[in-house]
Each structure stands twice: as structure tokens, then as C-alpha cells.
Design a protein around this ligand. Structure first.
Ligand SMILES: O=C(O)[C@H](O)[C@H](O)COP(=O)(O)O
Ligand SMILES: [Mg+2]
Length: 308
């Protein structure tokens, strides 16, 4: 599959069946593909059930670090979809794996400062890292340098890494304390994912990248990003399931993360859906900014609707 190939739009039963027969494993992005916030997109449950009945392997790969993998199984369950924890990979989990296996920080000794939500804290804690910040209610207080409990007792000397991601409760207090840790030369800087925005019904809102780049700018430092399109994340998934990349298809709604992840990860194919960030014009444009998808479709549920 090369960028020169004109993307194929799936518009009928024959094209759907030809597409499905090419792959054994489907890696699904979540936000903008399966759902928009708390709204499940049309025919998603039916499509996933159809793929399972065809013997396909389903893996879910989200750059949304706000929930842990375990919490995501509950979100799937709320939509009547049964998914096990090991089928789910989040950018928060990928960041925790990076901290443990690449930075080789010591659980029980090295601590983490989290600028993000419970998902970041929970995945790092599961790996044995005491994680400060994140959804600590003390950070919801208005910031005052002379009274902040995160400053008056001094910074925690055992913090050896900042992990930053999407935080719906971002405020000056969180930005200010995160900057203090990033100003320490021995503290590593990890960003969960680079997404500039994320889609909710009819809107796009600031994504993790908008928050990570804010503290990158104030600290003058660059983060190591762990989510899609980072190859480490895909390598973790491929080795966890012993996948044949040529039989895998990445399904996503964002060209510079999901489709790039599949393209640069040398997967057998990529499918862009138009229910999230991208448009048909963007899918077809030839640019060095992002690869083009091998396939694209209006919505994922069309794969079920065209074949039933
Ligand atoms: O961090 C963000 O901006 C969002 O969580 C991200 O855009 C959504 O992740 P997805 O499931 O689309 O990979
Ligand atoms: Mg998405």
C-alpha cells in the first residue's frame, strides 16, 4: 500500500465483503469511530458482532488517556459491547509501559507527576509507580504560590518524570505545578498523545496535544509522545498478540495519528471513517502532511448496513 494509490471508498456490499476478506485483525480507534463522547455511533454494536462472528480479531487502540483500560471495559459494557481489558490499549497505558520499559524508572522508588485524568494515574499506579497530581482535588483550588500544598512543602524530590495528557479539569494550578517539575533537569517529560483536538457531536474541542504543548512551551522542553502514531505503541500491540501485520487493518478518524499509525506501522491496510475529525476532501488530498488511507467509508456501521 503506497500513498500514490487513490483511496477506495466503500459504498456497497461487494466492496465491503472484499475489504473484510483481506484482514484477520482490526485495530479500532475509539473517539470519532465507535462513539462521540457518550453517544454510540450507528450500527457499531452490530458491526463488531458481525466481525466477531466472521472470526475476526478485534483490538481497540485509543489516544484517550482519561480512562484506564479497565474503565474502558465499563464504557463498552454501557453500550452493551463485551470487551476484555487486554483487547484495549490507551495512550495512558502506552505511556506507563514507556516509563517502565524505556525510561526504566524504578517502581516503589521513582514517583511520577501526572498532568491528566484518572486514567493516567491508574495505569501508572498499576505498574507500581506512586503518581502525584492528576485528579488530586487539591489541584482544583485556585492557585496561590504562598499556600499551594504542592509548593509550601517543596517539590517531591522522588518525582523523576512528568506524564502529561488530556485533562478536562485543566487550570492554572495544574499548569503551574507541572511547570515546576519540568524545570527540574533530572525529570523526564512524557506526553500521552499529540492529538490537537478531539471530536464530540458536531464540535471539536482541545485535545491532549493542546495541553501537553502548553507546558512544553512554558518549560521550553519537548515531550516524548507515546500514543498513535508512535511505533512503540504498535510494536507493543503486535508482540502482545503475535500479529501478522499484513493481515491487520487500522480503522481511525484522524489522518495524522490513526492512518499514519497504520501506514508507518506497515499494516496490511487502513480505513478512515468520516464520523470524526476528517472529511472526504482531506482523505483524498496528496500531501506530505499525512498518508492517505487505503480505504474510507462514511461511517464504520456501513460495513454492517451494506452487508445486511
Ligand atoms: O486526547 C485527545 O485529544 C483525545 O482523547 C483523542 O483525540 C481521542 O483519542 P482516539 O480514541 O480518537 O484515539
Ligand atoms: Mg479518534
Amino acid at each position: 500500500m503506497t500513498q500514490q494509490q487513490t483511496p477506495t471508498k466503500i459504498t456497497n456490499k461487494l466492496l465491503s465483503e472484499e475489504f473484510l476478506n483481506k484482514f484477520d485483525t482490526f485495530l479500532f480507534d475509539c473517539d470519532g469511530v465507535l462513539w462521540l463522547g457518550t453517544i454510540l455511533l450507528p450500527s457499531i454494536r452490530e458491526t463488531l458482532d458481525m466481525l466477531t462472528s466472521l472470526g475476526k480479531q478485534l483490538i481497540f487502540v485509543t489516544n484517550n488517556s482519561t480512562k484506564s483500560r479497565k474503565a474502558y471495559t465499563k464504557k463498552f459494557e454501557s453500550f452493551g459491547i463485551k470487551v476484555t481489558e487486554d483487547q484495549i490499549f490507551t495512550s495512558g497505558y502506552a505511556s506507563a509501559v514507556y516509563v517502565r520499559d524505556f525510561l526504566k524508572l524504578q517502581p516503589g522508588k521513582d514517583k511520577i507527576w501526572g498532568f491528566g485524568e484518572a486514567g493516567v494515574r491508574e495505569e501508572l499506579t498499576l505498574m507500581g509507580f506512586e503518581t502525584l497530581g492528576c485528579d488530586d482535588p487539591g489541584l482544583n483550588q485556585p492557585f496561590d504560590a504562598s499556600t499551594s500544598p504542592f509548593l509550601v512543602n517543596g517539590l517531591d524530590k522522588d518525582v523523576k518524570c512528568v506524564v502529561a495528557g488530556l485533562d478536562h479539569n485543566v487550570n492554572y494550578h495544574r499548569l503551574a505545578i507541572t511547570l515546576q517539575y519540568l524545570q527540574q533537569p533530572d525529570v523526564e517529560f512524557v506526553g500521552t498523545n499529540v492529538d490537537s483536538t478531539f471530536p464530540q457531536k458536531g464540535y471539536t474541542f482541545p485535545g491532549a496535544g493542546s495541553m501537553v504543548e502548553s507546558v512544553a512551551f512554558s518549560s521550553g522542553r519537548r515531550p516524548a509522545y507515546c500514543g498513535k502514531p508512535n511505533k512503540n505503541m504498535l510494536n507493543t500491540i503486535v508482540s502482545a498478540f503475535n500479529l501478522d501485520r499484513s493481515k491487520c487493518c487500522m480503522v481511525g478518524d484522524r489522518l495524522n495519528t490513526d492512518i499514519r499509525f497504520g501506514h508507518e506501522g506497515e499494516l496490511g491496510g487502513t480505513l478512515l471513517v468520516l464520523t470524526g475529525i476528517e472529511t472526504e476532501e482531506r482523505a483524498l488530498e496528496v500531501t506530505s502532511e499525512h498518508p492517505r488511507p487505503a480505504y474510507y467509508v462514511e461511517k464504520l456501521g456501513d460495513l454492517y448496513e451494506y452487508t445486511h
